[in-house]
Ligand binder design. Structure first.
Ligand code: COI
Length: 362
């Protein structure tokens, strides 16, 4: 497939940028966005960067009715010498295509998506915040746009990339978060859409999230949908537990999202010769380890959350305080190493970081 020319329309006005110390997660958006359209039989076309603005869709667009919608989360950073850096962007685009496949949506080639993103980043570069802990969050997504009320894969789609300068995902920052173990609701089952990054997975989690929030917890920890016993993930993060010197994370089973931060943390731990194992782990095992004094740390990982220490779990009203509610030394080391690599501050032995270069003009 040939390279698509991206048509560029720059915004006539520039929005006011938020102050770095007032950044929240995902509330403000940059001046431009990327869009491309798909029509069955013709493929992708109309690649364009335009001023950030509402999108007009037919009220019958299938995304509103049957939820064909996938998304990704990535970040851009300003590194040394003002270079714009991305972290493993090809992994996100590969995963987006896996999500598309699960939802019967067309693929957008990894390379075209990264080229579009790089072009957009060059245009909105000034929006990348530079204060400690801040970055430019990137949200690529695809939606079904064909007006049709029959239940069938749509024949028209739109692929969009928007950008949002962000601070920490949690208001706690890098401080330990409190997580409620969810016993009533489930997020996904093997054979469902748990491994895909699709809107419905998040919509179905909102009720439990709302209840957790009311009880003073930041997020819920999902258990498996069959036995309600084994730990799966937190709504916006994968999870890791350090027990007796060994780091354990739930094995991918078809219902857990294959996090890119998760994968990177596993690689880092192996690189450091710290024992790490992917296996089934029950919530009961965590409570037993805590009673035995062998539960050392717990943390979540995700693009938005980076490495987020877990300070407290609550399962069936039994509270479990991890590491006295403090940041564990391994969580902190992983956070520092990963963000150090992402911001280009330390060596990147894995070649994870990609430098954004201004696309050559034809
Ligand atoms: C991310 O970590 O980028 C995610 O997509 C989680 C999100 C739902 C905030």
């Amino acid at each position: 497939m040939g390279k698509h020319i991206i048509d560029i329309t720059l915004s006539e006005t520039k929005k006011q940028k938020p102050l770095s110390d007032q950044l929240e997660f995902g509330r403000v958006f940059t001046d431009h966005m990327f869009i491309a359209d798909y029509t069955e039989g013709q493929g992708w076309g109309g690649h364009r960067i335009v001023p950030y603005a509402p999108i007009a869709l037919d009220p019958a667009a299938t995304v509103f009715h049957y939820g064909q919608s996938v998304f990704e989360g990535m970040k851009a950073y300003v590194g040394k010498d003002g270079k714009v850096l991305l972290f493993r962007p090809e992994e996100n685009m590969r995963r987006m295509n896996l999500s598309c496949d699960r939802l019967c949506m067309p693929q957008f080639t990894e390379q075209s998506a990264i080229e579009a993103l790089e072009e957009l980043l060059v245009i909105d570069k000034e929006w990348i915040p530079t204060a400690e802990g801040t970055s430019l969050y990137i949200r690529p997504y695809m939606i079904a746009t064909e007006p049709y009320l029959g239940v069938a894969p749509a024949r028209k789609y739109q692929f969009v990339i928007i950008l949002s300068p962000v601070g920490s995902y949690y208001k706690e920052g890098i401080h330990p978060v409190k997580i409620l173990v969810e016993d009533d609701y489930v997020r996904a089952v093997a054979g469902g859409t748990g491994m895909a990054k699709t809107a419905g997975n998040y919509a179905s989690g909102l009720r439990a999230q709302e209840i957790a929030d009311r009880k003073g917890y930041s997020q819920v920890l999902w258990l498996d949908g069959v036995e309600r016993k084994y730990i799966e993930e937190v709504g916006s993060m994968n999870v890791f537990f350090k027990i007796n010197g060994e780091v354990i994370t739930p094995a991918l089973n078809g219902s857990i999202l294959e996090g890119i931060t998760r994968k990177s943390i596993i690689q880092l731990l192996k690189h450091w010769d710290i024992p790490v194992i992917e296996r089934k782990i029950s919530v009961e095992e965590i409570y037993e380890a805590n009673r035995a004094g062998t539960l050392e740390e717990a943390f979540g990982t995700g693009t938005a959350a980076v490495v987020s220490p877990i300070g407290e779990l609550n399962w069936r009203d039994e509270k479990l305080v991890v590491n006295n509610g403090d940041i564990g030394s391994l969580s902190e080391k992983l956070y520092n190493e990963l963000t150090g690599i992402q911001y280009g501050k330390i060596a990147d032995p894995f070649d994870w970081v990609v430098e954004v270069v201004e696309p050559a003009k034809a």
